[in-house]
Design a protein around this ligand. Structure first.
Ligand code: NAP
Length: 245
């Protein structure tokens, strides 16, 4: 792999961690940046934590640390960070590579799911009375009051800031989740509707199969459009190849 200048990885995902580990093994100079919201499993190399202070702060960071390439490996739904990265890279004249794992649109049965544009539409689309809600800490309460009259099992990696409505149940649990576990969860709670974002990846995909087997409705929040001008890769290997170019 060609040796280049300093690389900033915007992380918070499995792919970001894996890219850091591969660059570390290759002896490349990089910084892995994390938002610092959740506990992150051990990572290698140089890690910085916390926001940059918007587009201006990130632009300053890129210049003062002589960053030559940014790899945006944030979660597909971390849209603010991705937008800031696009603007700051343009401003500072830094190359930007997006590492965007494919969504679940090709998953078996995806054509039967209810695809919606946002969480408000997702809440309105729910037909079931026993819902597995897997939309992340920040959006869980967007489903109240619409779903206050249903049983909602809200699975999150970190608990939301406010209490859940009465009748909802919190399940704090970090993936990956396997199919047997997901089947048990659907059975135990008699889930008849799954709500998820189109996060993609294998680590949390078993719930989609379990939902199909249980005959449950699946409501999926679509990704928003990304900047078509950024070079986009969908795997860590592709991102490494793009870095070598
Ligand atoms: P977001 O709304 O796009 O970002 C909000 C702010 O958090 C950004 O403006 C930035 O602050 C800071 N930030 C986000 N990612 C950062 C990073 N890698 N390094 C430094 N600062 C970062 O992001 P979010 O949806 O809250 O997600 C936060 C983090 O969790 C992301 O790194 C993402 O990869 C990870 N994550 C998100 C989801 C999800 O569903 N959204 C799921 C799993 C993991 P400043 O403006 O101050 O720079």
């Amino acid at each position: 792999m060609a040796q280049g200048g300093s690389i900033l990885i915007l992380g918070g995902t499995t792919e970001g961690r894996e890219l850091a580990s591969r660059l570390h093994s290759a002896g490349r100079d990089f910084v892995l940046s994390l938002a610092g919201r959740t506990e992150e499993p051990l990572t290698v190399g140089t890690v910085r934590t916390g926001g940059f202070g918007g587009v201006e702060g990130l632009t300053r960071y890129l210049r003062s640390n002589r960053i030559e390439t940014v790899v945006d490996a944030t979660h597909p739904f971390a849209v603010t960070m991705s937008r800031n990265a696009t603007l700051a890279c343009r401003e500072a004249g830094v190359a930007l590579i997006r590492l965007d794992r494919p969504g679940w649109e090709s998953h078996p049965g995806a054509d039967t799911w209810d695809w919606v544009d946002d969480h408000q539409q997702a809440a309105a689309a729910v037909r079931g009375s026993r819902v597995l809600l897997t939309v992340g800490r920040l959006h869980t309460l967007d489903y109240s009051p619409t779903l206050d009259d249903r049983f909602v099992l809200a699975r999150v990696t970190e608990p939301p800031d406010r209490a859940l409505p009465r009748g909802w149940q919190l399940l704090v649990s970090r993936g990956p989740f396997n199919l047997d576990g997901e089947r048990s969860l659907f059975r135990e709670h008699r889930i008849d509707c799954l709500v998820t974002k189109d996060s993609g990846g294998a680590q949390t995909a078993a719930k989609l199969t379990a939902a199909a087997e249980a005959g449950a409705q699946v409501v999926v929040v679509r990704r928003s459009a990304t900047d078509a001008r950024a070079r986009t890769t969908s795997t860590v290997d592709e991102a490494l190849a793009a870095l070598a170019d």
